[in-house]
Design a binder for this molecule. Structure first.
Ligand code: 16G
Length: 248
């Protein structure tokens, strides 16, 4: 799509966002590139400056662009955006950005659940759970270290899976009969630990985003508790908030 349609269901700012996303996806606009001004975009696509501004602002909020005072708006350094509305896995998130997801399994084993994890997964402490530690990459670049703890009937069969080639979410849903319904997630800021600086290939003291996610299958049964460290400089979590209608 490279034209903005005046008629039709899609708002013009939305169409422009999609055009700009496509330019980044195909590499016409690369990280660090200055994007055209609102006025230029308005002229090229026959839309108002306000509309162009709205599209740019949304992509800034999503972390795909950044503004520099007095200089203009630039394409971010491969910042990956994860929407906090839909329950998606790493493979889906990176694929949706047009990048190649990658995984290195650091360890995969059955371990007794400690008290905290047993409580979250609603088990007795000491019950065996599948514990998986993975380095996650996008276009060969390390992005996150994830530690997943899983429990469901037959979870030990995951030991035989090739988790470098297969998405965990996909396996759970297609092979293990575990539909993923919803998740609860917390985010916290911090610094990348010394051990993880090597894995993530960032300098000591780099910013990190810590996430904790509990994912539930049908009948609200928790099946995965994952703790992850994302490179703060490479990843954005995005959420869109809608204000409730005020009752007069
Ligand atoms: C996400 C989840 C993680 C899950 C993984 C599945 C967070 C914080 N974590 O990275 O819990 O295991 O997706 O990805 O978002 P996969 O399907 O590519 O294996």
């Amino acid at each position: 799509m490279s034209t903005i349609f005046r008629k039709g269901p899609l708002p013009r700012y939305y169409q422009l966002k999609e055009i700009m996303r496509e330019k980044m996806r195909i590499g016409e606009w690369k990280p660090g590139d200055l994007i055209p001004s609102e006025r230029e975009l308005g002229e090229v696509y026959g839309i108002s400056r306000m509309t162009a501004r709205q599209a740019i602002t949304e992509l800034v909020n999503e972390g795909l662009f950044y503004r520099e005072q007095g200089k203009g708006t630039f394409v971010s350094q491969h910042k990956i955006t994860q929407q906090l509305i839909h329950l998606t896995g790493f493979t889906e998130d990176i694929g949706a950005r047009g990048q190649r997801p990658g995984t290195k399994v650091l360890s995969a084993k059955m371990v007794p659940a400690d008290e905290k994890i047993a409580q979250i997964l609603r088990l007795e402490p000491g019950e065996l759970i599948f514990c998986l530690q993975r380095l996650r990459l996008a276009d060969e670049e390390p992005l996150a270290v994830e530690q997943s703890h899983l429990h469901f009937k037959g979870c030990e069969r995951l030991l035989e899976e090739d988790l470098e080639k297969n998405s965990l979410y996909r396996l759970l849903e297609t092979k293990y009969g575990q539909p993923l319904m919803f998740a609860e997630q917390e985010l916290e800021a911090g610094l990348v630990s010394e051990e993880n600086t090597l894995l993530l290939n960032v300098p000591l003291g780099s910013p990190a985003l810590f996430t904790r996610r509990t994912t539930y299958s049908e009948r609200d049964i928790p099946i995965e508790y994952a703790r992850s460290v994302y490179c703060g400089s490479k990843y954005t979590f995005y959420t869109s908030l809608k204000r409730d209608q005020l009752v007069p």
